[in-house]
Design a protein around this ligand. Sequence first.
Ligand code: GLV
Length: 320
Amino acid sequence: MTARASIIASLPIPPDLRDRIEALFDYVAPDRHLRTDEVIALADLHQPDGLLVSLGMPIRAEHIARLPGSVKVIATTSVGHDHIDIAAANARGIVVCNTPDVLTDATADTHMLLLLGAARRAKAHIRNMDGAWKTRNGFFQGLGVDVTGKTMGIVGMGRIGRAVADRARGFRMPILYHNRTRLSADLEGDARYFEALEEMLPHCQVLSLNLPGGQGVLMTRERFALLPKGAIFVNSARGSLVDEDALLEALTSGRVGAAGLDVFQREPGYDTRLNDAENTFLLPHIGSATVETRTAMLELAVGGIEAVLSGNTPHNVVRV
Ligand code: GLV
């Protein structure tokens, strides 16, 4: 790496981690999350070698076109990279890095939290506790449904999908999956592959989305209608994969019995009708939000910048 390469971060970073970055780079550190335009203005001023960004900062082709020629690498502190136009970046010779692997377990754990929270009506019970739990539920009041033994269909059997499957097996859940390509036998294990999503949906007592975003709406009205009545829908992947109006209709009709969602079409400022529905359990996109995981993500992203600026190709380079 050239002596004292420089980077601009679009996100605030805790002091102990900042020290580690400052040991490597000249570093422009904000005290709040910056908007894309603000980062571009800073880049114009400081001519950095790299940008360290986060999910909340869209970097489209028009933004890439406005970056100074000094920028050789953009690292996002997320595994998802649908907020970055990778092709446009690569066309300008900018390498993009992300944070695969290190968030797999935390995200799969959150996925199970969503599943359990939705199945067991946790929202209503939390509200009850918030209201100081004044009256005891009747024996047949506030009931959820079992998770144990239900059949789970997973769309997207990458690292996170497989980690969800591992956890679901602990709940004795038979696993079905739909994926662009069938897994090798050792990765597939006892899971049953469906080449056509439409053929899998009628068997999914639990439907689990674990695929990357950026490929349009997957769960349409027609596809929700194929689920068995009362299915539980869990999405910790991307809100852009779901027609939220169709989901609301399915939650009202009972086609979807409950939904656990960590991701939304609009973030923040999501469609609060989803929270008005009694049969949802919602979290504000916290899939990877643990101290250990976020630290590992930051280190991986920074490591990617360092490697690229040193002329290497780290394993976390995003390829189109
Ligand atoms: C979270 O959604 C991520 O892509 O890291």
